[in-house]
Design a protein around this ligand. Structure first.
Ligand SMILES: [Cu+2]
Length: 156
């Protein structure tokens, strides 16, 4: 993930914004030994090779803040953390170079706020599939996280 800032017209993100759901049911832990665990990881798939949006809640079990500093995937050519920013009547996506997970806290990458923009799928991806994102953190840990691919109608 580069630190340059790009803005986009909110094309495919309009789908993400259409459902402002912040509800997260308790989910399975992705990894045990890590300070950071990921839960409720899913991708809102879009047709016609439009970029997909990845969502996940990151939980920090340690007593220090930890930053999410990089995202990559073997399933997509490009995986970037974006934030949706409102500016009056328009909404734009802005590149985010890091996201802090507070000590003994959590942060939600969720519709209406942050999303992982997934572009350039390396193979056919469809709802019902599982894709993997590798999340890298400032404490040196990496988390290989399975994301459930869901249809555009899904909100969580
Ligand atoms: Cu985006």
């Amino acid at each position: 993930m580069s630190i340059k800032i790009k803005t986009f017209a909110a094309l495919s993100c309009a789908f993400a914004l259409s459902a402002l759901s912040f509800g997260f049911a308790p989910g399975a832990q992705a990894a045990g030994a890590h300070a950071i665990s990921a839960r409720e990881a899913w991708v809102r798939w879009l047709p016609n090779n439009l970029p997909a949006a990845g969502y996940v809640t990151l939980v920090n079990a340690s007593d220090k803040p930890i930053d999410l500093v990089d995202i990559s995937s073997n399933d997509y050519g490009d995986a970037m953390l974006h934030q949706t920013v409102s500016n009056g009547s328009t909404q734009k996506m802005v590149m985010v170079d890091k996201l802090t997970v507070p000590a003994h806290g959590q942060v939600a990458i969720a519709p209406g706020g942050y999303h992982v923009m997934l572009e350039d799928a390396k193979h056919k991806v469809k709802p019902g599939d599982t894709v993997h994102l590798t999340l890298k953190f400032s404490d040196g840990e990496t988390l290989d996280t399975p994301f459930a691919v869901k249809s555009p109608a899904q909100t969580k």
